[in-house]
Design a protein around this ligand. Structure first.
Ligand SMILES: Cc1cc2nc3c(=O)[nH]c(=O)nc-3n(C[C@H](O)[C@H](O)[C@H](O)COP(=O)(O)OP(=O)(O)OC[C@H]3O[C@@H](n4cnc5c(N)ncnc54)[C@H](O)[C@@H]3O)c2cc1C
Length: 397
């Protein structure tokens, strides 16, 4: 079980650090079953920023050289890359959201119910679907095989597979999930698909699975072109906050200490603080109870670690709707609400709806973007390979 606290995330990081070098490079692609030590299992913590990417990379580079831990550090930067890429192409997320809504509202395609219930008759797929639902996690290689078989063998819409993942993964993330599914389907790197094969699955599962009858051909899917990329907007100037400032944390970033430390002497005294999350907004079909419980646990842990200027504990808002935030802001007589910047995804949608409601009440919503993101995201304008070249420089900073 993944315990939804920052302390548990830091313990998991501490345990993993010795294995982040040569061991990770050699063994990371194997999936020998649920009790794994060859990968970190940190993704639910990193996804919610219970533990930040900077902390993970710092801890690993305290123990290993960048050369020795290159593979692991690159994986952490895959997340940063996907987020920066989507940030510049928000329409990719909007279209995905609309398509999922449409697909779930219509007649579900033949084979869909069997695929999500683990009844395809392909033993590996069925075991993985059950593992996802029961644990909220799948190994990276399994995610690739699963997505490939979903799209090319079962012929199901990639959007419904991505939605199934997003509803059940504890680390379910708008950018990493959507763009990885698009990559498998040949939409992300146009024309380049990922084909799962019996031999590769047998090799990397140590013979636990060797499914037969898989597609032998993976023709890239096609789609209408998207508008050109838009550059990452500049940071808002946090010194422009007012005199009664409330901090509102959300499920994209639950580590206030380092976020506020980034503001240095311009960090305002906090009149009040609150935490809110809505895991069910990941999909029109909601999120699994594992995801909902993990998120609720992470919110409770964050509230216990977060205090206002007088040492008062943070409030947990029971609804993520604008009305609950407006009530909290009014009770605190706030003129500004400081939030961690929410990248493209459900929380950004929520903040976009909240902003005019707060404006109407005379309260400014001010987002603070982490330096980690501001420095790296602009380099995510093309493929991962040019981005990767920037990693040593980014790590040095
Ligand atoms: C179809 C598909 C869907 C995916 N959906 C998600 C998702 O919703 N959320 C998510 O966090 N990751 C997603 N991934 C990426 C990856 O599978 C997971 O991050 C990884 O398996 C998490 O396990 P770990 O923490 O043990 O990873 P480790 O191998 O220990 O890697 C360390 C950290 O690096 C990051 N990371 C590693 N690989 C990737 C990657 N390929 N892309 C982005 N970040 C990576 C994660 O934050 C991870 O915790 C997806 C991959 C595929 C192929």
């Amino acid at each position: 079980m993944t315990i939804p606290t920052r302390a548990a995330g830091l313990d998991a990081l501490h345990d993993f650090v010795p294995r982040a070098g040569a061991d990770y490079r050699r063994d990371r692609n194997h999936d020998l079953g649920p009790s794994r030590t060859n990968v970190s299992g940190l993704s639910p913590y990193i996804r919610h920023r219970l533990v930040t990417e900077a902390e993970v990379v710092d801890a690993v580079l305290d123990r290993h050289s960048l050369h020795a831990a290159e593979k692991f550090v690159q994986e952490v930067f895959w997340r940063t890359y996907w987020k920066g890429w989507l940030e510049q192409r928000p329409e990719v997320w909007r279209r995905y959201r609309a398509e999922v809504r449409e697909l779930l509202a219509g007649d579900l395609p033949d084979g869909y119910e069997d695929a999500v219930a683990g009844r395809t008759g392909i033993d590996a797929m069925d075991a993985w679907a059950r593992e996802l639902v029961d644990t909220g996690y799948l190994h990276n290689h399994v995610r690739m095989w699963f997505a490939s078989i979903w799209v090319f063998t079962l012929g199901l819409p990639w959007q419904l597979g991505a939605d199934f993942f997003l509803r059940h993964l504890l680390d379910g993330d708008a950018a990493s999930n959507t763009l990885s599914w698009r990559w498998v389907a040949g939409l992300q790197t146009r024309g380049k698909t990922y084909l799962a094969t019996t031999e590769n699955i047998a090799r990397y599962t140590d013979g636990r699975f060797a499914p037969t009858g898989l597609a032998t051909d993976a023709r890239a899917l096609d789609e209408e072109p998207f508008p050109p990329a838009t550059p990452i907007p500049d940071d808002e100037e946090p010194s422009a906050v007012g005199s009664r400032v409330g901090l509102l944390l959300h499920e994209e970033d639950l580590e206030p200490a380092s976020l506020l430390a980034q503001l240095g002497s311009s960090a305002p005294p906090l009149a009040t603080a609150a935490v809110v999350a809505d895991a069910s907004s990941r999909s029109p079909a909601g999120a699994s109870s594992l995801v909902v419980d993990f998120t609720a646990g992470a919110v409770a842990d964050t509230a216990a670690r977060t205090h206002d200027a007088d040492g008062g504990a943070a409030t947990i808002l029971d609804s993520a709707g604008a009305a609950a935030v407006l009530d909290w802001a009014a009770a605190g007589r706030l003129d500004s609400v400081l939030v961690p910047y929410a990248p493209v995804g459900p929380v950004q949608e929520r903040l976009d709806a909240l902003r005019p409601a707060l404006d109407g009440a005379g309260v400014r919503l001010v987002a603070v973007r982490r330096r980690w993101d501001s420095r790296a995201w602009p380099f995510a304008s093309r493929g991962f390979f040019p981005f990767k070249e920037r990693i040593p420089g980014l790590v040095r900073r």
